[in-house]
Design a protein around this ligand. Structure first.
Ligand SMILES: Cc1ncc(COP(=O)(O)O)c(C=O)c1O
Length: 410
């Protein structure tokens, strides 16, 4: 159970790790180690250059990348951040940890945040939108950027599930104000645990750097004018950096493999245009990371039958990726019941008092199934699929199973 980058782990990662072990330069600030060059710093430089962005910061997880991004934007208590009801709990958790109020929005048939519902959810407390490029595919960034411009909002892109993906030729994570990535084992590329923050805004970079490294100026070098902040220690470790930098050089190869596998599977399915079971609509076909093939049925019962035949689940049964499964959310606005002292200020918050009902999201997730391409993660609801290393014969056989299951579900 892992993401596609995991199957590309090899000598490059091992050699880098051995270099760390040879010197015991375990932290990016191992200045006392002779001839030390930091793999964490190389990770940042390689990722910034790949994404063609001015600044990248390597951190210890995708969750840390999101919290750092929100802190850089100065988002906190009293602010609202609009986030879809279909995302991993970490996206919503990072907003809660920042002290702001998460306002849940619907997804549309792409299974990413619905810009029309975002517009309905904007209030005078809204500070930011957090689009999640869910299951490898881009949100409608044109519509979201237009809303953000019109209402003076910031955009924090959660690119945890779509590293290397793009929207209309622009790399995901570079379109909003700041982008957050995860390098956990289920992601497109991995360093075991890890994350990245990218931005073209030098002021945001300075604040983000400070937040994940105890208030220091970037790289602990610059002591120029800037915000003086308290921060945390969310730094990436050198051992993770050693793996991350090797994986970054493989990102294009990993994506070529997922895209090849997905189109091989799709071409064998040959679903007629009028078939009521179809792949989800994508906002950008070419930019899709192709890590999951989402299939949406016209009726809930069809989807249940299809899932049962495949030994899989519908996406409303994918653990803490669906707002209804996040019991923490229900407690948050409930006076006295909040699970953490950090959250006392939420008691009685009018937005959180009642868990919203996202009927469009409920309906779409109940009718959709994820067929894994490179991401094998039952927790995400993708219990059936192919892997990037599968040969044509295996893909043929899986396509036949899928096709038969689709026609018997009709
Ligand atoms: C959409 C999304 N955001 C954030 C995260 C958090 O990443 P991490 O597990 O590296 O903290 C994940 C991880 O699964 C995710 O899927």
């Amino acid at each position: 159970m892992a993401g596609p980058g995991y199957s590309f782990l090899g000598d490059e990662e091992r050699n880098n790790v051995n270099k760390v072990l040879d010197t015991w330069g375990l932290t990016r600030f191992a200045y006392d180690v002779p001839n030390f060059t930091s793999f964490v710093r190389q990770t940042e430089e390689a990722f910034a250059s790949l994404a063609d962005v001015q600044h990248a910061i390597a951190v210890n997880s995708g969750t840390s990348a999101l919290i750092t991004s929100l802190a850089a934007l100065g988002i906190g208590p009293g602010d609202e951040v609009i986030v879809p009801g279909y995302t991993f709990v970490a996206s919503i958790g990072s907003i809660v940890l920042s002290g702001a109020t998460p306002v849940l929005a619907e997804i549309d048939d792409t299974l990413t945040i619905d810009p029309a519902d975002v517009e309905r959810k904007i209030t005078n407390r809204t500070k930011a939108i957090m689009p999640i490029h869910m299951l490898g595919a881009a949100c409608n960034m044109d519509a979201l950027c237009a809303l953000a411009r019109h209402h003076g909002l910031k955009i924090v892109e959660d690119v945890a599930q779509a590293c290397g993906g793009s929207f209309r030729g622009r790399r995901l994570g570079t379109i909003g104000n700041i982008g957050a990535f995860s390098l956990n084992p289920f992601k497109v590329i991995t360093s075991g645990e890890g994350g990245l923050v990218i931005t073209n805004d030098t002021h945001l970079y300075q604040r983000a750097y400070a937040f994940q490294d105890q208030g220091w100026f970037p790289l602990r070098r610059d002591t120029g004018n800037g915000d003086i902040l308290f921060g945390l220690n969310l730094r990436m470790a050198e051992l993770a950096g050693a793996v991350a930098v090797a994986q970054i050089t493989k990102l294009d190869r990993v994506l070529a493999a997922t895209r090849r596998a997905k189109s091989a599977l799709l071409s064998r399915l040959e679903l007629p245009d009028d078939c009521p079971i179809q792949p989800r609509r994508l906002n950008d076909e070419e930019g899709d990371c192709a890590t999951v093939l989402v299939i949406t049925c016209s009726e809930r019962e069809q989807a249940k039958r299809l899932a049962t035949t495949l030994g899989s689940k519908t996406l409303d049964d994918s653990g803490r990726h669906y707002y209804r499964n996040m019991s923490q959310l229900r407690l948050l606005g409930d006076r006295g019941k909040s699970s953490s002292v950090f959250h006392r200020h939420y008691a009685g918050d009018p937005v959180l008092r009642v868990l919203p009902s996202l009927t469009q999201t409920d309906d779409l997730l109940g009718r959709s199934i994820g067929v894994s391409i490179g991401v094998s993660d039952r927790y995400l609801g993708a219990g059936f699929g192919i892997s990037v290393r599968d040969n044509d014969a295996t893909i043929d056989a899986r396509a036949r199973t899928l096709c038969d299951a689709i026609f018997s579900a009709l």
